[in-house]
Design a protein around this ligand. Structure first.
Ligand SMILES: CCCCCCCCCC(=O)SCCNC(=O)CCNC(=O)[C@H](O)C(C)(C)COP(=O)(O)OP(=O)(O)OC[C@H]1O[C@@H](n2cnc3c(N)ncnc32)[C@H](O)[C@@H]1OP(=O)(O)O
Ligand SMILES: Nc1ncnc2c1ncn2[C@@H]1O[C@H](COP(=O)(O)OP(=O)(O)OP(=O)(O)O)[C@@H](O)[C@H]1O
Ligand SMILES: O=C(O)CCC(=O)C(=O)O
Ligand SMILES: [Fe+2]
Ligand SMILES: [Mg+2]
Length: 334
């Protein structure tokens, strides 16, 4: 019996032990099943849940869709909670309610029609329940290991496009926003709250791009405007092969923070809803983004923190330290 040792050393004791297991290809526990062997895997950890085919798929593509993972009953509950948030019947410290840039300056309408996304609902138990769903967390563990933090929470209510294509989300890598590493121990779970396809702006992914580097991000030069902090990869090459993820209500995609992805415009009259959480191993450690491509997002976050809360002298990592919540295991570095 060999127990998986949690990493403690910033810089990747975890990476090393994963590597050692790859080199020896020894099954992790006494149980021998095809899923416990990890010949050359590094984006997934040894586990008893994913099949070898599923692991292989994530290793190669940087994402994995699990059909029907969240019940319609739970989703309907989250939808009701969201509606109450829009009506201001429910609120929570730190929660950010955002309107689409195309309608932000129009007359205020206090219902969901005005709201594009709710972020940072970690203090609202009725929504945070999503992040703790056991069937989600058991998959997350295959990427993060046993000490699991939720770092970023969102309910996205993509509006019918107001005619300026501002409902699009430019192609980006989520790691651009994250001042913690290693990237391979971070994963996003994103659940469709209804059928989502190309017509209402599904996720679009560039398979395999998770093996690349974190790229420079800027605001795309879009005529109709871009939402606050919706940075896109600079010089996005539209000829790269992409996959549109059509998903049914309850389907959940897990994806790597370096995977380039975005979402198209919503051409329907309905508000396209998805709920998501970014998780990280609490063994991850914060980095200083000064002098890196992430300096521009740190600057924006600092400006917003000053404007919104009047706080000065913070770093990008301080914002994340405040948002992170332990979901399972032990809180170590983050
Ligand atoms: C730490 C970063 C997040 C990490 C994400 C991890 C990966 C996920 C990738 C993403 O999702 S990236 C997008 C993340 N976006 C944000 O975090 C932005 C969150 N939104 C906000 O903080 C607020 O909605 C915002 C500050 C933009 C506006 O809130 P307010 O309550 O101040 O709105 P208000 O209606 O009072 O408008 C104030 C000004 O903001 C403008 N505004 C409002 N909504 C906007 C919008 N959506 N885009 C651009 N500008 C906007 C509005 O026009 C107005 O401009 P003026 O000052 O010129 O009059
Ligand atoms: N210049 C750009 N920079 C960054 N991202 C972009 C750029 N142009 C388009 N995108 C993004 O690329 C993705 C795919 O865009 P596209 O508009 O083709 O998709 P779609 O609307 O889902 O499908 P289609 O319009 O082809 O039916 C979207 O996430 C979109 O926001
Ligand atoms: O359009 C969406 O639902 C997802 C957008 C996205 O990738 C993000 O917010 O990080
Ligand atoms: Fe994203
Ligand atoms: Mg399009």
């Amino acid at each position: 019996m060999q127990a998986r040792s949690p990493t403690t050393a910033p810089g990747g004791g975890g990476r090393l032990s994963v590597l050692q297991r790859h080199l020896t290809a020894v099954p992790l526990s006494g149980q021998v099943s095809s899923a416990t062997y990890a010949p050359n895997f590094c984006y997934t950890l040894d586990n008893d849940l994913l099949t070898t085919e599923q692991r292989q798929f994530y290793e190669e593509n940087g994402f994995l869709v699990i059909k029907n993972l969240v019940s319609h009953k739970d989703i309907d509950k989250f939808r009701e909670v969201f509606e109450r948030v829009c009506k201001k019947e429910l609120t929570a410290p730190g929660m950010v309610v955002m309107r689409d840039v195309a309608i932000a300056k129009s007359e205020f309408v206090p219902d969901q029609k005005a709201i594009t996304k709710v972020q940072d609902f970690q203090e609202l138990p009725e929504l945070f329940e999503y992040c703790s769903l056991p069937q989600i967390v058991q998959y997350v563990k295959c990427f993060t290991g046993p000490n699991i933090m939720s770092m970023h929470t969102m309910l996205i209510n993509k509006p019918p496009d107001a005619g300026k294509k501002t409902s699009r989300h430019p192609m980006h890598q989520d790691l651009h926003y994250f001042p913690f590493r290693p990237a391979d121990r971070i994963v996003c779970a994103w659940t469709a709250m209804e059928r989502i396809d190309r017509s209402n702006g599904c996720l679009v992914v560039l398979p395999g791009t998770h093996t690349g580097e974190l790229k420079q991000h800027d605001y795309p030069e879009w005529e109709g405007g871009v939402n606050k902090m919706y940075h896109g990869v600079r010089d996005y090459d539209p000829s790269l092969p992409r996959v549109h993820l059509t998903m049914e209500k309850g389907d959940t995609v897990f994806f790597h923070p370096i995977l380039i992805h975005g979402s198209g415009m919503n051409r329907t009259a309905g508000f396209r809803k998805a709920i998501s959480c970014h998780y990280a191993s609490s063994d991850c450690y914060y980095i200083d983004v000064k002098g890196t491509t992430q300096e521009n997002i740190e600057k924006e976050v600092i400006e917003l923190a000053l404007k919104r809360y009047g706080v000065e002298e913070i770093l990008l990592k301080d914002a994340w330290m405040a948002k992170g919540r332990l979901v399972q295991g032990e809180r170590i570095n983050l």
